[in-house]
Design a protein around this ligand. Sequence first.
Ligand code: SF4
Length: 98
Amino acid sequence: MNRGVPIKKLPFLMMYTVRGCPFSCNFCASNENFGKTVRQRSAESVVAEIEYYKEKYGIKQVLFNDDLLVINKKQIHRFCDLLLERKTDIVWGCFSKG
Ligand code: SF4
């Protein structure tokens, strides 16, 4: 199992798109830092930002550093659909399990 940072291509962009966590794992300070209410950027906004940095800086990968990127399945599916619809050629990774 690879526990390192999953960087496959350079240059890469690290993004945060979700804040807050409703859970209270005793080893984690996420909800103390960001609260228990989940706030998530829209898939449209995230893809637009990726395209901006792709155009401006030639990024080839995005690494989502969010604690709960996949908490909202509808949202992550919308994000994937948008990348395909817009033919946004980008590698992305995250620290979540599906
Ligand atoms: S972010 Fe993950 S580890 Fe932290 S409290 Fe929420 S579910 Fe638990």
